[in-house]
Ligand binder design. Structure first.
Ligand code: SAO
Length: 339
């Protein structure tokens, strides 16, 4: 093959990437991976089970086999691969991610040109309201989004390895969401205590999760607004994936509450987030940064950006540590610990 042809094929591959995502989404929406597991292995059986047209399912399966997502054919029957099995129902299933990305987020990405040209949310252009306001009105989508966030939790179990929570410390998990991270920390560090701080509507879900995992004896729940104030007396203030939707001034405000709330000179602030950089940025971080713009008009930040925002609130970076899923832990302390 000439290099010109190779280039053309690579370009066509990029141009048609959205088609591949939608074909996969359709198979997941039709329930194909679970149906194959339960023994429906021909297009006719898959189509019947999903109430769909045989011809469409047959052509979809032919394409997805060619991509390596499924194996087999009409005669021998279709089989799941390691890839398609990731979408079967189960605790770490990526099914909800595929459905949310194939529906609301795909529609939002349809407005990528205006979103990127104006650096504003494509979701709002598409749906006429913010993503979070849409979630507050659509319980099933909100549940799907929570499952997507949980699927991204794969770095949580490593957090106690890079941050020292031992020694009777109190961890204030700001924007602690459903309580999954705090539960992991308390399960790993038996003498740690936790305060989960979030908006009022998140507290019942967090309480339910923590009650069912590590129990409630070492946890307080505080409902509030991190821009108005934070619980005082914490040894470690944790901000996991909470800053993407806010501008620098808003973040400085929250960090300033953290500054006045810290217990003593040994207290630390920990940010867990995906970072971007202009040199050698991983495609995943750069893509997710764009995705934040399209969905919530937000962004990922560089380490320099976080360092500057922390500096404005009186903090300096003590160290950083890499976590799975392209996530970085930034540990910061007061520049002047006696203030
Ligand atoms: N103003 C606010 N004050 C407190 N929490 C907030 C505020 N705005 C958003 N949040 C919460 O910030 C969280 C961001 S999602 C991140 C959840 C969790 N820390 C994790 O890593 O899985 C959500 O739970 C929001 O409810």
């Amino acid at each position: 093959m000439t290099s010109g042809t190779e280039t053309a094929l690579r370009v066509i591959d990029l141009i048609t990437g959205g088609w591949r995502a939608q074909a996969l989404y359709t198979a997941v929406k039709l329930g194909v991976p679970d149906a194959i597991e339960s023994g429906r292995t021909t297009s006719a059986a898959l189509a019947e089970g999903a109430g769909a047209d045989w011809d469409g399912v047959h052509r979809l399966m032919r394409f997805l086999v060619s991509l390596g997502l499924f194996q087999g054919d009409e005669r021998s029957g279709y089989r799941n691969t390691e890839l398609s099995r990731a979408f079967c129902e189960g605790p770490s299933s990526l099914k909800d991610m595929c459905l949310l990305y194939g529906e609301e987020f795909y529609t939002a990405w349809g407005h990528a040109y205006s979103a990127i040209s104006t650096a504003t949310s494509g979701f709002e252009a598409a749906f006429g309201e913010s993503f979070y306001s849409y979630l507050s009105r659509n319980e099933d989508v909100a549940e799907r989004f929570q499952n997507v966030m949980n699927a991204g939790n794969i770095f949580f179990h490593k957090v106690p390895e890079v941050v020292d929570f031992s020694g009777d410390k109190t961890v204030v998990d700001v924007g602690g969401g459903g309580g999954e991270l705090l539960a992991v920390i308390l399960a790993t560090v038996p003498d740690a205590r936790g305060t989960l701080f979030d908006r009022p509507h998140m507290i019942p879900e967090a309480r339910r999760h923590i009650a069912g995992s590590v129990g409630l004896s070492r946890v307080d729940f505080v409902a509030g607004d991190m821009f108005e104030g934070l619980p005082r007396g914490g040894d470690i203030y944790l901000f996991s994936r909470v800053f993407a939707g806010w501008d620098d001034d808003a973040i400085v405000k929250t960090l300033s509450h953290c500054y006045t709330g810290m217990k003593d000179r040994s207290s630390r602030l920990v940010i867990l987030d995906r970072l971007v950089s202009d040199e050698d940025c991983s495609p995943m971080s750069a893509l997710w940064d764009l995705h934040l713009l399209i969905t919530i008009g937000g962004r990922h930040r560089s380490l320099e950006n976080f360092t500057s925002v922390l500096g404005r609130a009186g903090f300096e970076v003590e160290c950083t540590a890499e976590l799975p899923s392209d996530t970085t832990a930034i540990v910061a302390r007061k520049c002047n610990p006696d203030s």
